[in-house]
Structure formats: structure tokens, C-alpha cells
Design a protein around this ligand. Structure first.
Ligand code: G3H
Ligand code: 13P
Ligand code: ZN
Length: 322
């Protein structure tokens, strides 16, 4: 199967009450860990590439890694998506370069300007058979060079979504309902603590999601900043020389709930980073004389695979839907 767009995936996900996992890729082991998991559980998949990933690994290398994954996983649909495209030019370069989906993130711009930029990308993308994700509202956290403070983040305003989608023609919409990028999604003072002293974050704004989906019937909604920050990996990092106090993510049950509603795409990057870093830190700590990268990248890839499998089955609910 060649790379596909997300159109068909989202239709089925909407009707089936599940979501597609959109995982960020930066190198071969991450691509392999994610795609082996999806192949084993027969799940449709979105591999996404940020501007930072393209700067790190180079467009051609990433493209070829994804093409290799498509060959190795002939039975599952895979879409290749630009994550947080910051300009028409970045989107155009990915569309021309073989991506099947792009995000134009003009959410930090005023409403009219967001519409104008998004519309321009949609026109170019649709003329080339590529679909477009846009964003309304802004998430807190760090993405590429942009660091949005909690004070500057804002929930999506449901009263704006119909006009935005009608005027831009975008194919899916990322909304802000309380998720945020990175491994520190909530400040300790926003949370309570459970009996083990682990932070329990405030619930997502399901009221906003429901209002948005009432106004946009059958329209695919996207959640960014949806890593759960597994505490096993945080512990592994902290016990092996790292320091990530009070790292906290979005609880899995809330993501599962969102996936049953209008959310068709759930973005996960930080959890991949935690799995890889925790595994490698532990390896270095336990085997200080080893120096063959294959020896530590292999277990890192295996832990990414296990974690992604868990998400596909128990959080996204997209196993068996390829
Ligand atoms: O939304 C942000 C993603 O985690 C991508 O992060 O820009 O550091 O590659 P990055
Ligand atoms: P996380 O930082 O929660 O993994 O979010 C990733 C993301 O939204 C990529 O666009
Ligand atoms: Zn994001």
C-alpha cells in the first residue's frame, strides 16, 4: 500500500468511536518501534514530522525511512503528516516532497490572519491531493522554537469553529481543551496528588469538545499535547541520573473518552522521548563499559514498540482497524 491521506482513516475513526495515533518521528529506531507496533496490532497510523525533525534528520532521510516502513508494513494504511507547519512555504515544501497531510498552525495569529494563511495552504494542498489540519486556540508548552506560556494559552472558542472551517476548507481541526505540549503539562498547583504523591491533573474541557462537535457534525477533531507521561519512564529517568521532577501528562482514560467522541487524531511525541531516554539512561547506568549504539538503541526501540502497542489498543482503540 502507498502512503495514504487521513480522509478515509478519519471517517472510519469517527464512526467507530476510536482515534488514530499520530506519532512524531525523528530517526530510524523511532520509525521502526512505532510501525512494528502498528503492524502487529493491525492499526492505521499517522507518522508526523515537525519542522525541527526536518532540520535534524533532513527531509529526504525521513521520507526514505517512512517509505521503508510502508514497504515493511504493506497491510496497514500509513499517512505522512507535517506537524505544526509554520508557513505556506514549509507546507508547500512538504506537499511537493511527498507528504499526504500537512498542518498549518497559524493559531497564534489573529482570527482573520489564521483564516487567510490556512485557506492559502488548503488551496495548494487540495490541488495536490493532500489534506490539511488547522488549529484554533493555543496550547501551552514548547513546540519547535515557540514556547507558549500557560498565561498565553487559550481554549478554543466554539463560536468561532463553524466560520473558520467553512471559510478555510480545512479537513480537520486541532482544538485547545487543556492539553499542552511537553512533559510538564500541568503546574503542581493546578493538580492534586494521589496517595503515592503523584500529581493528578485537572480534567480536560470536555464541555468545549462537545460544543465544538455539535457545531461541526462529523468533522474530525485533533488533540495535540496528548502524551500521558508514563510514570514508569519518568522513574527510570530519575533513578538513572536524570531529573524530571513533577513531569505529568494527560490521563489515559481521558484520551480514551476523547477518542470515543469527535477526536479522530491524537498526537504523541513526548512519551516516545521518555521511553527512549529512560531506556538508554538505564542501560548506560547498568553497563558503563558498553559503547555499541546498537546495544542501547535496540532496547530503546523495543520499549517504544511496547508503549505504542499499549496506546493503540488501550488508549486510541484503533487496533484491528487497518
Ligand atoms: O508539538 C511538538 C512536537 O513534540 C514536536 O517537537 O518541534 O521539538 O520536533 P519538536
Ligand atoms: P506531546 O508533547 O504531549 O507528546 O504532544 C505532541 C504533539 O502535540 C505534537 O504535535
Ligand atoms: Zn502539537
Amino acid at each position: 500500500m502507498a502512503l495514504v491521506t487521513t480522509a478515509e482513516m478519519f471517517k472510519k475513526a469517527y464512526d467507530g468511536g476510536y482515534a488514530i495515533g499520530a506519532f512524531n518521528v525523528n530517526n530510524m529506531e523511532i520509525v521502526q518501534g512505532i510501525t512494528e507496533a502498528a503492524r502487529e496490532v493491525n492499526a492505521p497510523l499517522i507518522l508526523q514530522v515537525s519542522k525541527g525533525a526536518r532540520a535534524y534528520a533532513n527531509h529526504t532521510y525521513l521520507m526514505k525511512l517512512v517509505e521503508a516502513a510502508v514497504i515493511e508494513c504493506p497491510d496497514i494504511p500509513i499517512a505522512l503528516h507535517l506537524d505544526h507547519g509554520d508557513s505556506f512555504e514549509t507546507c508547500k515544501s512538504c506537499i511537493d516532497g511527498g507528504f499526504t497531510s500537512v498542518m498549518i498552525d497559524a493559531s497564534s495569529k489573529p482570527f482573520e490572519e489564521n483564516i487567510e494563511i490556512t485557506k492559502r495552504v488548503v488551496e495548494y494542498a487540495h490541488a495536490h491531493g493532500v489534506v490539511v489540519e488547522a488549529e484554533l486556540g493555543s496550547l501551552a508548552g514548547v513546540e519547535d522554537e515557540v514556547n507558549v506560556s500557560a498565561e498565553d494559552s487559550s481554549y478554543t472558542r466554539p463560536e468561532e469553529v463553524e466560520e473558520f472551517v467553512a471559510r478555510t476548507g480545512c479537513d480537520s481541526l486541532a482544538i485547545a481543551i487543556g492539553t499542552s505540549h511537553g512533559a510538564y503539562k500541568f503546574k503542581p498547583e493546578q493538580c492534586t496528588r494521589n496517595e503515592k504523591g503523584i500529581l493528578v491533573p485537572p480534567p480536560l474541557r470536555f464541555d468545549i469538545l462537545e460544543e465544538v462537535s455539535k457545531r461541526l457534525p462529523r468533522f474530525p477533531i485533533v488533540l495535540h499535547g496528548s502524551s500521558s507521561v508514563p510514570q514508569d519512564f519518568v522513574k527510570m529517568i530519575n533513578e538513572n541520573g536524570g531529573s524530571m521532577p513533577d513531569a505529568v501528562g494527560v490521563p489515559e482514560e481521558q484520551l480514551r473518552q476523547a477518542a470515543k467522541l469527535a477526536v479522530c487524531k491524537i498526537n504523541i511525541d513526548s512519551d516516545l522521548r521518555l521511553a527512549m531516554t529512560g531506556t538508554i539512561r538505564q542501560f548506560f547506568n547498568e553497563a558503563p563499559s558498553k559503547f555499541d549504539p546498537r546495544e542501547y538503541l535496540k532496547p530503546a526501540r523495543a520499549n517504544i514498540k511496547e508503549m505504542v502497542k499499549h496506546k493503540l489498543i488501550h488508549v486510541l482503540g484503533c487496533d484491528g482497524k487497518a
